[in-house]
Design a protein around this ligand. Structure first.
Ligand code: SAM
Length: 271
């Protein structure tokens, strides 16, 4: 498999581009696990980020999905157009996913986002997909193992990344995929992460930026007490912050990493 990925690239005069996070998936088993985690049904609409050499794109299409695949590397776009020409339900778009209107490209709800994400834009791509309008119903993404673990963290070990994902949906690690399953071999192992998004958010859309401003302020100095980090980050007197925290039944000495999602939301309403 390594040989065939390398040969295919050679045939098109290409080399794996490190800056674009190009680690191509070789392991058929892992490929099958991604498609299974995405529960692809005939007729499903899938937006794929970074199709690369098209192996996942083909597997999704063969499971019955219509796939819009967004690839930034112009050389790979040419290769994909050749290699996937037999699949009428696949559309290749040459674009930076971070600049793409994901909801529009997907052709409206419901749709799923499936990707072996380039490691260098993991957080940005996840955020961009979760903020899309309409939002995907499901995301199944391959990410670095440590990143997956951070995303599914529980109160006590929360981070801004965990809050940002868990605000929109329920993340679950489906499988681990060792570094040797990719060409070129990355330095770290990966995991398949499945995020089922909530059909509706309990914070009105216009308040979402305020929610994230609050969480960002809380995590800006994550080892410090909330009373102080929020006072600094939100430019409010510490006493006023303390009172609001107490009104939400949150001890002002707690740290951002200990808060649950309902506590963040309560605090937003109070502030
Ligand atoms: N899906 C393929 C696979 O599983 O073998 C390739 C995955 S590789 C980890 C990531 C892919 O994302 C590469 O093809 C890379 O060129 C592409 N990519 C990187 N940055 C991108 C961006 N901003 N927008 C779209 N595609 C991007």
């Amino acid at each position: 498999m390594t040989t065939s990925a390398r040969q295919l690239l050679l045939e098109y005069g290409l080399e794996p581009h490190k800056g674009l996070g190009q680690n191509f998936l070789l392991d058929r088993g892992a490929l099958g696990r991604i498609v299974a985690a995405a529960e692809i049904q005939p007729g499903d609409r899938v937006l794929e980020i970074g199709p690369g050499l098209g192996v996942l794109t083909r597997a999704l299409a063969e499971a019955g999905a219509s796939v819009v695949a967004v690839e930034l590397d112009r050389g790979l776009v040419g290769l994909l157009q050749d290699k996937l020409a037999d699949l009428a339900q696949v559309r290749i778009i040459h674009q930076d996913i971070l600049k793409a209107d994901i909801g529009q490209l997907a052709g409206g709800a419901p749709y799923k986002v499936v990707a072996n994400l380039p490691y260098n834009i993991t957080s940005a791509a996840l955020r961009h997909a979760l903020e899309a309008a309409p939002r995907p119903a499901l995301l199944v993404v391959m990410v670095q193992k440590e990143v997956a673990q951070r995303i599914v963290a529980e109160p006590g070990e929360m981070s801004l990344l965990a809050v940002s994902v868990q605000f929109y949906g329920r993340p679950r690690v489906m499988a681990h995929v060792p570094a040797g399953s990719f060409y070129p071999r990355p330095k770290v192992d990966s995991s398949i992460l499945r995020i089922e998004t909530f059909p509706a958010l309990d914070i009105p859309e216009p308040d979402i930026p305020r929610f994230f401003a609050l969480a960002r302020a809380g995590f800006a100095q994550r080892r410090k007490q909330l009373r102080n980090t929020l006072s600094k980050g939100l430019n409010l007197p510490a006493d006023a912050v303390e009172e609001k925290l107490r009104r939400c039944d949150i001890d002002p000495q707690r740290r951002a990493e200990t808060l649950t999602l309902p506590e963040w939301k309560r605090l937003l309403r109070e502030l």
